[in-house]
Write a protein that binds this ligand. Structure first.
Ligand SMILES: *Cc1c(COP(=O)(O)O)cnc(C)c1O
Length: 404
């Protein structure tokens, strides 16, 4: 069963005081905290098996290679990819988007269309704009309604045989809204377009099944799912990864190099030039194990309780407005107080030991849509509590008294 005090004991940072107050960490959508088992695994790697992988015949190199490849296999199993070589280790979601957008430069022609949603993080917008500049392709935007839900009728109208790729996040980082990606993937495939899913905000809350979704690419970051920074995964269907050219040249990604011609290694090495974040890749597997040991059913049930509780309590505050009011949401509450700049709210809650995010959350088009400079975003993880939400509500009330 889910025992919140036992879970919290796994996260040493949570016992910290900030300005003499207990830390309340509600910035989980920016990065998650790390359990002791993950911290220990980093230390264990460097203490016991640190060596470069894939090339050494010596014992440590074999141990490190085995651990790295076992982690890849673990992640393959976790997301239900068909083959381990369809799971590429990256530095994070941003890296994954750039790898694919860069590869499509060799496929797209002037006038081809890329569909992106208005709900995207900048890292799932800018690489596609750069791709358009390079190729003459055209970027089209899937609009949303006032609840922060993508409008499916409009989406379907935008699709045509000109559409070559559709890119959308599984869950919005700014609003927490869950997008109907299964439907979107089906519709895109009907016109022959590939689909890229930005899963950065999904993987801390659910176990994606890439084969059931039938997406062509699925990218996420390790650091938002209890893993180290500078880690991530790009899943790609084998036929797409075979078709795309390498993103970076260097060691590890080659079969043979002469000055006349270089031939590339097979998957996944073709996309993994240079010495990777070996410790990070291994420890990401540890983070996945930990999440599975807590159980995604438990995580979802508990986080939903926090979402419902937090929404109810915050809405009791006069003049507080929540952005992102879809029924299908993860534990993210983005809000503003009437007549108060979000930054000022964040500065006051900070002094009370509460970490929230303020600003545009790397999603300026969403803020432009609502005509606001930004929001205050409280994003809950399964190690947060209702008492912490009470502390947030009290601090927001205090901010209102001081500022409104
Ligand atoms: C955080 C985030 C990204 C970028 O992830 P990095 O770890 O900074 O590369 C992209 N998309 C979404 C939805 C995110 O939440």
């Amino acid at each position: 069963m889910f025992d919140i005090q036992k879970v919290r004991a796994d996260f040493p940072i949570l016992t910290q005081k900030v300005y003499g107050k207990p830390l309340v960490y509600f910035d989980n959508a920016a990065t998650s905290q790390k359990p002791q088992i993950v911290l220990d695994a980093i230390s264990k790697y460097y203490t016991e098996i640190n060596a470069n992988i894939h090339r050494g015949v010596h014992k440590l190199s074999q141990l490190a290679t085995d651990a790295y490849e076992q982690s890849r296999e673990k992640i393959r199993d976790h997301i239900n990819a068909k083959e381990a070589y369809e799971v590429l280790f990256t530095a994070g979601t941003t890296h994954g988007v750039n790898l694919v957008a860069n590869g499509f430069a060799s496929i797209l022609k002037p006038g081809d269309e890329i569909l992106v949603s208005v709900l995207e993080h900048h890292s799932n917008i800018v690489p596609w704009q750069m791709l358009c500049e390079k190729t003459g392709a055209i970027l089209k935007v899937i609009p949303m309604n006032l609840h922060g839900e993508l409008i499916m009728d409009e989406y379907v109208k935008l699709l045509s045989e000109k559409t070559k790729i559709v890119t959308v996040n599984h869950i919005s980082n700014a609003l927490g809204v869950v997008n109907p990606i299964k439907f979107m993937i089906e519709k895109a495939h009907e016109v022959g377009a590939a689909v890229f899913i930005d899963g950065a905000q999904a993987v801390p809350h659910l176990k994606p099944d890439v084969r059931e979704l039938d997406c062509d690419f699925y990218a996420f970051s390790g650091h938002k799912m209890l893993g180290p920074t500078g880690t991530g995964v790009l899943y790609g269907k084998e036929e797409w990864l075979e078709q795309l050219p390498p993103y970076q040249g260097g060691g590890e990604m080659i079969k043979e190099v002469t000055f006349e011609k270089t031939t590339y290694a097979g998957l996944p090495h073709k996309f993994e030039a240079g010495t990777p974040n070996i410790a990070g890749g291994i420890v990401l597997g540890t983070a996945v194990d930990y999440l599975n040991s807590v159980g995604f059913d438990n995580i979802q049930r508990y986080e939903h309780e926090l979402l419902v509780y937090g929404t109810e309590k915050l809405l009791e505050i006069d003049g507080l407005k929540i952005f992102g009011t879809s029924k299908d949401k993860t534990s993210v509450i983005s809000f503003n107080l009437d007549g108060v700049h979000p930054y000022d709210v964040g500065a006051i809650t900070d002094k009370m030991g509460i970490a929230v995010r303020t600003g545009h959350h790397c999603a300026q088009p969403i803020m432009n849509f609502f005509g606001i400079p930004g929001t205050v975003r409280a994003s809950f993880a399964f190690y947060n509590t209702k008492e912490e939400i009470d502390a947030l509500v009290a601090s927001v009330k205090k901010a209102q008294l001081m500022l409104a």
